[in-house]
Design a protein around this ligand. Structure first.
Ligand code: R5P
Length: 266
């Protein structure tokens, strides 16, 4: 691996633990003003110190994150469709590599919609990004999107998607946690991070999912709503860091969450 690629990968997957806490903030690119991300700056600023990387679009990066902020960026570079349009899956590449370089990103990310009529264009989009990424030393995050069809999240489908992303050269793959998740990680030669999905019922559910994903081979999370839609987002992300980087068990992470929430740990 070339120096630049290695350096950027180490900004995403921390070399001391081999793990990654990515904070997903890109939801507005197809959902508009998502609940609790209506004012991106307000949501993002207090969480920056606890995220290894933030994942977002160039628009929100430029308007809502200080360039002096000490953070690493994975830039969402696909889009072009919306939740109210006819075909959410009909995404293309929205942002050039020159722009990604200008923004000094640690990586770029794009969604693929496998099994839909847009799989070819989104997979060729991923391949094109990888071509450019290899040229400039910028890692590419392949995101196995399911659009509105959340029920697609099973190990058979996600294994297929993750493997295809890795085959096309994605440096990291983002997918969903599912039953038999170890089958997904075992057949994907690229490191995998999990999305959180819609907000779960309890904090403990989030820590359990994170713990199980890590123990079944994920290198970390690229999580959004289960952090910033929570009433105590800082306590959430710090407890998730505990699971990802310090191998905390769900119960320990929950205790840490409570302590931070109650101000017993600063
Ligand atoms: C979805 O395609 C977006 O890329 C989000 O970044 C992703 O779903 C992770 O966020 P959440 O944990 O809220 O699902």
């Amino acid at each position: 691996m070339d120096w630049g690629m290695k350096n950027r990968m180490s900004r995403i997957i921390q070399p001391d633990t081999g793990r990654a806490v990515m904070l997903a903030l890109d939801h507005g690119y197809f959902l508009g003003p998502t609940h609790r991300l209506e004012d991106p700056r307000e949501t993002i600023t207090p969480l920056i110190p606890y995220a290894d990387t933030i994942m977002l679009t160039r628009g929100v990066l430029r308007t809502s994150v200080d360039p002096e902020a000490n953070t690493n960026v994975v830039l969402r570079v696909s889009g072009g469709t919306s939740i109210v349009g006819p075909h959410l899956e009909n995404e293309g590449i929205t942002t050039t590599f020159e722009e990604a370089i200008r923004l000094n990103v640690a990586g770029v990310g794009l969604s693929v919609f496998i099994g839909t009529e847009y799989e070819r264009q989104t997979l060729l989009g991923l391949s094109e990004l990888v071509n450019q990424g290899e040229k400039y030393g910028i890692p590419v995050l392949g995101i196995t999107a399911v659009g509105k069809e959340l029920e697609k999240r099973d190990s058979r489908y996600l294994s297929l998607c993750c493997r295809i992303c890795a085959e096309l050269g994605a440096h990291i793959v983002k997918t969903y946690y599912c039953e038999d998740f170890e089958k997904v990680t075992a057949s994907c030669p690229a490191p995998i991070v999990i999305a959180g999905g819609p907000k779960l019922e309890t904090e403990l559910d989030v820590f359990k999912m994170t713990y199980d994903a890590i123990n079944k081979g994920a290198v970390g999370v690229d999580m959004g709503r289960n952090i910033w839609q929570h009433d105590h987002p800082i306590a959430m992300i710090r407890a998730i860091r505990g699971v990802v980087h310090e191998n905390m068990k769900p119960k320990e992470a929950h205790e840490l969450f409570i302590d931070i929430k109650q101000g017993k740990v600063t």
